[in-house]
Design a protein. Structure first.
Length: 79
């Protein structure tokens, strides 16, 4: 049987962490996950990629124009 699954790639940057203290959303989990993928699952560095700046057009491909405008102006979106 032919394996048709695509190879998974990851977006991660070592400088992305932020210390927000004790929080329900601990950001150090991203570094721990990347380390786990490398050490325990053998994921190679060639499958890790940094990020590039995105444009309003990029964000607009998956979000509404009003959301993009709220994001650009750092407004709290209406619910």
């Amino acid at each position: 049987m032919l394996n048709t699954m695509a190879e998974v790639h990851y977006v991660y940057h070592t400088g992305a962490g932020i210390d927000i203290g004790a929080h329900v959303f601990p950001t150090e989990k991203y570094a721990l996950l990347a380390q786990y993928l490398r050490d325990e699952l053998g994921v190679g560095d060639e499958r890790f990629h940094g990020w590039e700046a995105v444009t309003d057009e990029d964000v607009g491909r998956v979000h509404s124009p009003s959301y993009v405008e709220d994001l650009r102006l750092a407004r709290v979106a209406k619910r």
